[in-house]
Design a protein around this ligand. Structure first.
Ligand code: BES
Ligand code: MN
Ligand code: ZN
Length: 499
């Protein structure tokens, strides 16, 4: 993790393969801070490109120009950040990702001129540049046999002069971005490779010394009475696992807080007997993205040494069809003793989470957050950008929303209300797992989870949209597949809680 070196330097800064700098759409020949570093010959060439309309400052548009030795950098890459008044961290991430893509044939060292005239602190710019470069350079084609070997991105130099603390901020951002890409790798892994057991192995092999990993196998899951997780995983030859990561820093800031992170990790969701249609079913390998985010986010927080206790609980199972499948009509008993009538085997996420939430509380979690690709309707509502959040506690909801917006993992609040409970009232059991009405499916799923959330603050993030992309989002996430959603949010939340 974090093989890319990150430094802060003032000119001269060696001989980078490319020197990138932001260009605004409303003033595309000012080159702001770049003016001090760029040679007059380079600048006049850039002004000509601007005059000819090839360099506009449009968000995410870049071009790579050779400098022929006129300055220390081999090439310059002016990159558009859009109009000055709409520049935010996502704009910088998007621009940096465009540079990562435009330079990936030669990789090496990318230098980036931070711009003091932007309405973003150096710190915010540094984080966004590092994230954009590292997430933008991510390649999902690990399974291609003929991927052309290219020189990877090796080093990032942020050109900013003497800024105390900036190098540390940037280096930490790079480490977190490494964990985001680690989570993306998990989500992109094919389900024949990434079984529940394989996910448990990956969780145990993070290489972070302060983490303790454990995984409960099907017989231990049965012993604990986790009838919901057991039923969902039963049809597959690759049995379920309850994966637990514990992070105990030596001196947690708050002795009374244990952050409980719970993740849905359905390594493949065929829907079970309530089988899904064939179209795009392959994307249901990404139905473990919540669990991947929880594992990677926990690893990242531990890697950074944040002083907060964390217990992460990931319910991993494969929702398949076989002669031993659970069925519509079955009544299951979850670990907390409540009974669930199954009306749709494709509403499996809430079932595995029910038992995982119970386990997180049992292990002492005081503040719980679960991440899950739970409902197609949440993706219909918010698309690929925002996740929706439900919470039983206003302060906890606001804390998470603040972390989400600071992190770039966008999240929007949705209502949790006891009167949604009637949608899952069952004639036979304490509740049923789905409703036959085409209404409020994210909200009733949240109300279902509420039954298992135990005492204390709890929040549920339905990340069905931003967790796994069907196509480029047009920003810094231009690859289809896993996004690592939740990793940066968790780090930010852990930082806030331990500050
Ligand atoms: N994993 C799916 C939700 C999903 C759909 C995530 C599309 C990402 C993209 C979940 O297990 C599911 O199948 N949900 C059903 C529930 C329904 C049967 C009550 C849904 O939302 O359609
Ligand atoms: Mn499903
Ligand atoms: Zn699912």
């Amino acid at each position: 993790m974090g093989q890319v070196k990150v430094e802060v330097a003032s000119p001269p800064f060696g001989e980078p393969d490319v020197l990138a700098f932001p260009v605004r759409e409303d003033d595309n020949s000012a080159f702001a801070n770049g003016a001090s570093v760029l040679d007059e010959r380079v600048k006049s060439r850039l002004r000509r490109l601007a005059a000819e309309g090839e360099l506009r400052g449009e968000l995410g548009r870049t071009l790579v120009v050779h400098t022929d030795g006129e300055i220390d950098a081999r090439r310059v890459a002016p990159v558009g950040i859009g109009k000055s008044d709409s520049v935010d961290p996502d704009a910088i991430r998007t621009a940096a990702a465009a540079v990562a893509r435009a330079t990936r044939d030669f990789g090496g060292t990318v230098a980036w001129l931070l711009d003091e005239t932007l309405p973003l602190s150096y710190e915010a710019q540094a984080r966004a540049v590092v994230e954009g470069l590292l997430l933008g350079a991510y390649r999902p084609g690990r399974w291609k046999t003929d991927e052309r070997a290219r020189r990877p991105l090796e080093r990032i130099i942020l050109v900013a002069g003497d800024e105390p603390g900036l190098a540390d901020t940037a280096e930490r951002a790079a480490r977190v971005a490494g964990w985001v890409n680690w989570a993306r790798d998990l989500a992109n892994s094919p389900p024949n490779e990434l079984t529940p057991e394989a996910l448990a192995t990956r969780a145990a092999e993070t290489g972070v010394a302060s983490l303790r990993a454990e995984s409960l196998d099907p017989s231990q899951i049965d012993e604990l009475g986790m009838g919901a997780l057991a039923a969902v995983g039963r049809a597959s030859a690759n049995g379920p696992r309850l994966i637990v990561l514990r992070y105990e820093p030596e001196q947690p800031t708050r002795a009374d807080v244990t952050l409980g992170l719970v993740g849905k990790a359905i390594t493949f969701d065929a829907g079970g007997i309530s089988l899904k249609p064939a179209l795009n079913m392959q994307d249901m390998k990404g139905d473990m993205a919540g669990g991947a985010g929880v594992l990677a986010g926990t690893a990242a927080a531990a890697d950074l040494g944040l002083p907060i206790r964390i217990v992460a609980v990931v319910a991993a199972a494969e929702n398949l069809v076989s002669g031993d499948s659970f069925r519509p009509g079955d009544i299951l008993r979850a670990a907390n003793g409540k009974t669930i009538e199954i009306t749709n085997t494709d509403a499996e996420g809430r079932l595995v989470l029910a038992d995982a939430l119970w386990y997180a509380r049992r292990e002492g979690a005081t503040h719980v957050l679960d991440l899950a690709t739970l409902t197609g309707a949440m993706e219909l509502a918010l698309g690929d950008l925002y996740a929706g959040m439900f919470a039983n506690d206003d302060a906890w909801r606001d804390e998470i929303l603040r972390a989400a917006e600071r992190s770039g993992d966008h999240t929007w609040p949705f209502p949790l209300h006891p009167r949604y409970r009637r949608y899952v009232d069952s004639t036979y059991a304490d509740m049923k797992n789905s409703s036959d009405l085409k209404q409020a499916s994210p909200a009733l799923a949240a109300e279902f989870l509420h039954e298992f959330a135990g005492d204390g603050p709890w929040a549920h993030i339905d990340m069905a949209g931003p967790g796994f992309l069907e196509r480029s989002r047009g920003d810094y996430l231009t690859q289809r597949g896993g996004t690592g959603y939740g990793v940066r949010l968790i780090v930010e939340l852990a930082r806030q809680l331990s500050a």
